[in-house]
Design a binder for this molecule. Structure first.
Ligand SMILES: Cc1ncc(COP(=O)(O)O)c(C=O)c1O
Length: 355
């Protein structure tokens, strides 16, 4: 049955091979172990990314370094990659299309020229690039193909039999433990004291303790069906991202400059005013938002990178998934612009607008 799903994934994404995995994190872990088995040991990861990715690299025994991002599209910056390569000859690069923003093809050319193994992280996007050595996907919560059974995958134009072997060595998930683990993680996470000097050390320990890698046990029939909707899902996301771009206009908002093939995961922009106040006010008005991600350099104690430290203080993510209607987005935009206008003219107050 799982083979049937893998064949459908191959057809849908026009890949040669597919390995369906327990999650995107497990797919990364298997890919990292595989790269290590080829004698590659140093990975370059963008500084602005979900920290689980770094945990998978640590647990696979890789050395890691972070590169800076570009302030136009918030993903890996080629100049930063080149600078780091001069000092630290990494031999694996994680080409992560964070926020659905597709990284520049020039990065792929650079890697090919220097024989750098490319693991593409497509967790937050809808397609893969056949020039990459391996491409990982996530079908987990809030992703393009979000479904109750979640799952992940590795797609490639190369033979995946060794990766299949590695995947089979992972533990079986124990479903009763999974729920318990999530509850425990949340409890411990919310108990962390942000004002404590040890905050990031504790956060890292927590991530190391609760990030798990498993093999797949059950067939994901929900994903099998949902794959038929991918084009529709993408079209809707494009429409929603255009609404944000065209209608959410204010001097304090900088919209991202994206490649033609990028499709937003969340609508992500830079806010030049008081970001924390904006978030408080958005939540008061029932507008879902987040400020993901803080720079991984903070969590993993690496050196500060200039653009990342600007972005982590400005970034705002708004929702545009299937559950958020066009009308809700248009309504939200009016409220957001009103809030920003009030915040920028009246200072410290908090605002609730009833619609
Ligand atoms: C960029 C990126 N890579 C990998 C993952 C891991 O995917 P999963 O949640 O399926 O383990 C995530 C999860 O959010 C992600 O954002």
């Amino acid at each position: 049955m799982i083979k049937k799903l893998e064949n459908k994934l191959v057809g849908k994404f026009k890949a040669k091979e597919c390995l369906y995995t327990y999650s995107g994190t497990s797919a990364l872990y298997v890919s990292f172990l595989y790269a290590k088995s080829l004698g590659r040991t140093k990975i370059l990861i963008p500084n602005i990314i979900c920290p689980q990715v770094v945990i998978a690299a640590i647990r696979a025994g890789l050395e890691y370094e972070f590169c800076d991002i570009n302030l136009d599209d918030y993903v890996m910056d080629l100049n930063s990659i080149k600078q780091i390569y001069k000092i630290n000859n990494f031999d694996i690069l994680l080409l992560a299309h964070v926020y659905g923003h597709i990284c520049s093809n020039d990065i792929i050319s650079f890697c090919k020229f220097h024989n750098i193994f490319i693991i593409e992280d497509c967790a937050q996007t809808y397609k893969f690039n056949p020039l990459c050595d391996l491409s990982i996907f996530s079908f987990g919560h809030t992703k393009f193909l979000d479904n109750d059974f979640m799952g992940g995958g590795i797609l490639s134009m190369n033979d995946l039999s060794k990766l299949r072997y590695i995947n089979n060595t992972l533990a079986n998930p124990v479903f009763e433990d999974l729920d318990h683990n999530i509850q425990e993680y949340r409890k411990e996470f919310y108990n962390l004291d942000k004002s404590n000097d040890n905050y990031f050390t504790k956060f890292q320990e927590l991530l190391l303790k609760y990030t798990k890698f498993y093999k797949v046990e059950r067939y994901n029939f929900v994903l099998y069906k949902k794959l038929d909707q991918l084009e529709h899902i993408c079209k809707n996301r494009i429409k929603k991202m255009q609404i944000y771009k065209q209608e959410m206009i204010h001097d304090l908002i900088i919209h991202p400059k994206l490649s033609h093939d990028s499709i937003a995961w969340r609508y992500t922009f830079r806010f030049l005013g008081n970001r924390e106040k904006l978030l408080v006010n958005l939540r008061k008005n029932n507008i879902d938002c987040s400020s993901w991600y803080i720079g991984c350099n903070k969590i993993f104690k690496k050196k500060v990178l200039k653009n990342s430290s600007i972005l982590e203080n400005q970034i705002v993510n708004l929702w545009l998934d299937e559950k958020t209607s066009m009308e809700k987005i248009q309504d939200n935009i009016k409220t957001i612009v009103k809030i920003i206008h009030k915040l920028s003219t009246k200072g410290d107050n908090e605002y609730v607008f009833f619609r």
